[in-house]
Design a protein around this ligand. Structure first.
Ligand SMILES: Cc1ncc(COP(=O)(O)O)c(C=O)c1O
Length: 393
């Protein structure tokens, strides 16, 4: 096949109505938070996900920070987190003085290994924060049981798993709180954005207050109080209605967006399965009782050198593949917070070996074919031992 144009790793998906709704949000002269489009998005989540309360935030990072405040995390509290995750999962709690207790991930799903969690629970444990990696559910039955038995908060970092489910229940709706991301790399995006699902009804009112700079302004706007003021700690976690308008266009088209992503994922899997098995390359694993969100497609190469060469091999063909998280227990900050090298061996292995393939709605069939053909031309014996040249995600 002829050489294709350059294939990037990600391209935000646009559905066409974003600018129309953004213009409308500006025309409505309520471009600050909690306007018409924010309410429409809240309604969508509360209806489609049956959550007690959904609140748009400026990012998933901020949704997690809001959750950490709601949990009253205090200095010295311990919070159990997977090591193989993004910094925000942990920062949200560290910002409040918590000590992260890093848990390794499962080799199959790359999700927190629920069988390792019990031995990490101490008197100081306050919360468990599972991350649904690649939008494939963690073992929620076990995690819920553990949280209940030990009186712990469960906060789902569902940055990647919108519309995914576990045994028929949507991700983000299991824990006390569920955090979503609408960053431009995510299935549904508004550039930068997020949401917090408040599944525990005891926290609905306080969540609104913390999100609104510690004021009861939301209650005031609903006519529930006759003036508003400073009633709690808080910050400004609510996005402009302009961003909500962008998001609303995406939510309206969410079925089509996810159908296309499913098609891309299945093409990769179907095309690459035999090749990967033959070469001892790992593929994503989705338990049969889980519906994934089709957020990403990754491969697990045999070692760092082969991953480096694989990325270079694709780069030479104008295809951008990237690695993902670097295990947090082993990062400069993680080590300062008590992480030990070797503590989470599978997370370390994934830091070195996992590679993500281009994945976005704009990928054409021809481009997918070109990527898969190029991948199949990769030969393990092409490997050098140099780890240099890998591309940062
Ligand atoms: C697991 C996880 N949590 C949180 C975040 C942060 O999301 P945001 O960029 O919306 O703050 C990311 C970002 O990719 C992520 O992968």
């Amino acid at each position: 096949m002829e050489k294709q144009r350059s294939i990037t790793f990600n391209q935000p998906c646009l559905v066409g109505k974003e600018l129309v709704y953004i213009a409308d949000a500006i025309k409505k002269q309520h471009a600050s938070g909690d306007g018409y489009y924010t309410k429409a998005c809240h309604g969508f989540f509360e209806e489609q996900f049956s959550v007690k309360k959904a609140l748009l935030t400026t990012s998933c990072t901020h949704a997690l920070e809001l959750a950490a405040i709601l949990c009253d995390i205090e200095p010295g509290d311990e919070v159990i987190v997977p090591s193989f995750t993004f910094t925000s999962t942990v920062n949200a709690f560290v910002l409040r003085g918590a000590i992260p207790i890093f848990c390794d991930v499962r080799a199959d799903t790359k999700n927190i290994d629920e069988t390792l969690v019990p031995q990490l629970i101490t008197r100081r444990t306050k919360a468990i924060v599972p991350v649904h990696y690649a939008g494939v559910a963690c073992e929620m039955d076990s995690l819920l049981q553990l949280a209940k038995a030990h009186g712990l908060f469960l906060i789902e970092d569902n940055a990647q798993g919108i519309f995914g489910n576990y045994r028929g229940q949507k991700l983000g709706t299991f824990g006390d709180f569920g955090a979503l991301s609408f960053h431009e790399t995510k299935n549904i995006n508004c550039g930068e954005g997020g949401a917090l699902f408040i599944n525990n009804p005891n926290f609905v009112q306080r969540a609104e207050i913390i999100r609104e700079k510690g004021t009861n302004r939301s209650q005031f706007f609903r006519g529930e109080v006759d003036k508003y003021g400073w009633v709690d700690v808080g910050s400004s976690f609510l996005p402009s209605d302009i961003l909500a308008a962008y998001l609303w266009a995406q939510l309206e088209a969410s079925t089509e967006i996810n159908n296309k992503r499913k098609q891309i994922w299945e093409t990769y899997y179907g095309e690459l399965r035999n090749w990967a098995v033959r070469l001892g390359i790992g593929l994503p694993f989705v338990p049969e009782y889980v519906e994934q969100s089709y957020h990403m497609f990754y491969l697990v190469m045999p070692d760092l050198a082969s991953r480096t060469d694989f990325i270079k091999h694709l780069n030479k063909r104008n295809i951008k593949a990237v690695f993902h998280y670097q295990a947090l227990h082993n990062s400069p900050m993680g080590l300062k917070l008590g992480g030990k090298p070797g503590q989470c061996p599978i997370s370390e292995k994934m830091s070195d070996q996992l590679v993500r393939l281009p994945f976005y709605n704009g990928l054409t069939e021809l481009e997918l074919e070109y990527i898969c053909d190029s991948i199949k031309q990769f030969k393990m014996r092409e490997c050098s031992t140099s780890p240099k040249g890998a591309l940062a995600a």
